[in-house]
Design a protein around this ligand. Structure first.
Ligand code: ARG
Ligand code: ZN
Length: 441
């Protein structure tokens, strides 16, 4: 009897020991292999410390089938850079082995990209129990076209739709013109564009968010009422419809537009390198296969040309230019295309500083701010620099949430916070610009 009981106790102890042993062994394996046994596509966060490591990571990102999330181009990978690299499952072993061989530390940032993409494309409107609003979801290009139409029809007194051109694949580029009901002589205007880069889905989501906020809170919220009474607001929800469509159907990681090149089989030009501001100098590429390809000549792309034409013909009224990107959490102003300071640098710095301070206070979130070239990297041919040189001296680029936790795959449940904080920054800057550009009586 006693021996039987003892045997049982020993048995359980053995089992426990075995269990602990297996767990430890697995943890050890996980640590040792850096989780390269995953069968999922992953996003790696790679800490590059030395110049040699920078060379190696640059080579990995260009030689293997990977997608660089951050920075936008391998040439920006230097010593002391945190690199975010999307690696498809079939290349994961090779890439992590290479990193280990060269003692480059890295972590898995995302191991469930397929799941996150599913979450971003799920259409919850079919579920009547869903309490999530239209604006807290991502929308396909078709949905957005439908939304543009419906919004204009429902608010005929405040919204006009303007066709400013068409994309390379001949999709229409619609701008919503929002106006308050107060007639004022010599009305000023501001411009907001979203979706220059296809994979930055939070950007079009912001444009939709902003429009519905403006229409719902006009005459209820003082700031938006003041804004709409003083300025017409032009909103281009998707500057790059072909690329955006492509991220929904074929490749979620696509950045450029979808124009074909004569010299190469590679597709697409980076629209934010295609404007006429130190076009195609350092920080852009003349190789069609690169993510920051500047195109054949400034405004070679119909999307960039359409925006430039519209702004040229409205340059006297447009006082404020704003371009919405992700990710990184930054409030930026010119120049991107040179390390020079713009004449009103101090003034622009104050505006973004104040806006970032408000985001910190209300949403406990940190945004970096400053002149773009010094805050991120040299990026010539950008729309903000071009608009600045056209004479729109309040010109900004926002990089919305996050800082890499989810990157381009920001789940829908984060849309409202990301948009609300950007909205706060936008209102802060716009109201200041309205004061500063008051017409002299
Ligand atoms: N991340 C964006 C890009 O690579 C913006 C960089 C800043 N450039 C600019 N023109 N604001 O295009
Ligand atoms: Zn971008």
């Amino acid at each position: 009897m006693l021996t039987k009981h003892l045997a049982q106790v020993l048995d359980t102890l053995n089992m426990k020991a075995l269990l602990i042993w297996t767990v430890l062994l697995n943890i050890y394996k996980l640590l040792k292999t850096g989780d390269c046994t995953s069968t999922h596509d992953q996003v790696l966060s790679i800490h590059v410390t030395t110049h040699q490591q920078a060379d190696i990571v640059r080579n990995i990102s260009s030689q293997y089938e990977t997608v660089l999330w951050s920075p936008a181009s391998p040439e920006h990978i230097e010593a002391d850079t945190e690199v975010h690299l999307f690696v498809p499952a079939n290349n994961l072993g090779t890439v992590t082995d290479l990193l280990q061989t060269h003692h480059i530390t890295h972590q898995v940032l995302l191991d469930n990209t397929e799941e996150l993409i599913k979450m971003q494309t799920r259409n919850e409107s079919s579920d009547p129990r869903s309490s999530v609003s239209y604006y807290e979801r991502y929308h396909s290009l078709e949905d957005i076209y439908y939304w543009i139409n419906r919004t204009a029809q429902e608010h005929p007194d405040m919204v006009k739709v303007i066709l400013i051109g068409s994309s390379y694949e001949k999709r229409p580029l619609y701008v919503l013109k929002l106006s308050g009901r107060q007639e004022r002589a010599e009305k000023r205007a501001m411009w907001i564009d979203c979706g220059i880069h296809a994979r930055e889905w939070i950007s079009p989501a912001f444009c939709l968010w902003f429009v519905q906020y403006s229409l719902n809170f006009y005459n209820l919220n003082n700031d938006i009422t003041e804004m709409l009474n003083s300025m017409d607001i032009y909103v281009l929800p998707v500057m790059n419809p072909d690329g955006y469509k492509y991220t929904w159907t074929t490749n979620r990681m696509w950045r450029k537009n979808r124009s074909l090149s004569k010299e190469s089989n590679c597709v697409g030009t980076d629209l934010n390198r295609n404007f006429d501001a130190n076009w195609c100098t350092k920080g852009a590429s003349n190789r069609p296969c690169d993510e920051i390809y500047c195109g054949q000549f400034p405004e070679s792309e119909p999307e960039a040309e359409a925006v430039a034409n519209f702004l040229r013909s409205h340059k006297d009224s447009v006082k404020l230019y704003l371009s919405i990107h992700s990710y990184g959490q930054m409030l930026l102003f010119p120049y991107s295309c040179s390390n020079e300071e713009v004449p009103n640098h101090a003034e622009l710095f104050e505006l973004v500083q104040e806006a970032a301070m408000k985001i910190r206070r209300y949403y406990r979130n940190n945004y970096k701010y400053g002149a773009s070239a010094k805050t991120i990297y040299l990026a010539p041919g950008g729309s903000d620099d071009w608009a600045y040189n056209l004479g729109i001296h309040y010109s900004f680029t926002f990089e919305l949430e996050d800082r890499g936790r989810y990157g381009f795959l920001l789940p829908p449940s984060f849309i409202s916070k990301a948009c609300n904080e950007a909205l706060l920054a936008l209102k802060s800057i716009a109201l200041r610009v309205i004061q500063k550009t008051q017409p002299q009586p």
